[in-house]
Ligand binder design. Structure first.
Ligand code: WQD
Length: 346
């Protein structure tokens, strides 16, 4: 079986991708320092897959160690998830984001060059990079295609944009590099087993985990940030995508890089938007729980509408999202109701 190294593989998207890669016949190797994830995830992955997944515990910033990990596992592909991803925190602590996200990507790319040389490999492993729709800034229109202009409105989005540019420069310098850039829209939901899911540290920044925590009784009510946007019901519209669809997009990206020459950048979204109030109503419907909310001011940096045109992913990867909003909410609720305190309750 071809091994696939997942940096940040114990995180939310990483763990769901590990399960989906394994189901598709790959051998996932999880690399994580657990700075933003929980070791219990490894037990849960074993429960879901029926086998212990190899774990390399360490920091992607340690280039020497990372190069040895690559030589040890000789992965056919690497998926780079590791990094910090809280927009608000990135505004307060830009240096942490530049160091961990950009520094981490430089370290990984250098370790790939070192291991390829030391191992006498014909070419470096294929590389899939976890990017974000945040690189589109405030889009002039929707739906968004991959050739829309990029901009950044916060240091987190800036790091994603810089790493995309670093990868483009490396591909230009060495055409043996095979890179897939995946721009996520709004990942939500959980594996249908309810054993793994989204478990943010502290008060959730994102809508779905906050709604889940209100429904399970951890928080009294949801603040709806703005009801005066130019949208059908006045609240923000986003392209929510089930994390299992997102994981399948990663598997399709790995397969495409291994089977078809060339690199690519694609949007991973459903191609349709839902408002905050639509999400709240869907969650109440599928969970049977009330989600009380209050309208408050708009959140700084938010855009009114953002959703993907996923045509290129369908054409290049033969992938499209298949799960709708109700399934996203039902799977998110199963995870939250079975793990009211997330992984921390042990
Ligand atoms: C969605 C909608 C809010 C919370 C961010 C990052 C992006 C990616 C996904 C990392 C908006 C509203 C939210 C709340 C609310 N993360 N909302 N009350 O801002 O689209 O994207 O997360 O890659 O990079 O920018 O997602 O879930 O925070 O917000 O009303 O308590 O829900 O205003 O309209 P966002 P979100």
């Amino acid at each position: 079986m071809s091994s696939v190294l997942l940096t940040g593989g114990a995180g939310y998207i990483g763990s769901h991708t590990a399960v989906t890669l394994q189901a598709d016949g790959f051998e996932p190797v999880v690399l994580d320092n657990f700075s933003n994830s929980h070791p219990l995830v490894m037990d849960r992955l074993a429960q879901i897959t029926g086998r212990d997944m190899p774990l390399e515990q360490g920091d992607v910033l340690d280039t020497g160690w990372l190069s040895q990990v690559l030589l040890r596992h000789r992965p056919a592909a690497i998926v780079h998830f590791a990094g910090d991803k809280a927009v608000g925190e990135s505004v307060a602590q830009p240096l942490k984001y530049f160091h961990n996200n950009i520094g981490g990507a430089v370290s990984l790319m250098r370790a790939m060059v070192q291991a390829t040389a030391e191992g006498g490999w014909e070419r470096p492993p294929a590389l899939v990079f976890s990017s974000s729709a945040t690189v589109y800034g405030d889009p002039a229109s929707v739906p968004i295609t991959e050739d829309f202009p990029r901009s950044h409105t916060n240091p987190y989005g800036h790091t994603k944009l810089v790493i995309e540019d670093m990868l483009a420069a490396q591909i230009a310098a060495d055409p043996s590099w095979r890179v897939g850039v995946l721009r996520y829209f709004n990942p939500v939901g959980a594996h249908p087993s309810g054993l793994i899911g989204e478990d943010p540290e502290g008060p959730p920044n994102n809508l779905m985990p906050y709604v889940s925590q209100v429904a399970v009784g951890r928080r009294p009510f949801l603040q709806v940030y703005g009801s005066d946007y130019p949208t059908p019901d006045g609240t923000g519209v986003r392209d929510y995508i089930h994390v299992m669809d997102l994981a399948a997009g990663h598997v399709a990206a790995v397969r495409s890089l291994l089977q078809t020459p060339g690199s690519f950048t694609v949007n991973l979204g459903t191609g349709r938007g839902h408002s905050v109030l639509e999400v709240v109503r869907a969650f109440e419907r599928v969970s049977g729980r009330p989600v009380p909310f209050r309208f408050t001011d708009r959140r700084a940096g938010d855009v009114a509408q953002c959703w993907a045109d996923p045509t290129r992913a369908r054409q290049r990867l033969g992938w499209c999202a298949t799960r709708g909003l109700d399934e996203m909410c039902a799977d998110a609720w199963r995870w939250q109701s079975r793990n009211p305190q997330g992984y921390r309750a042990g």
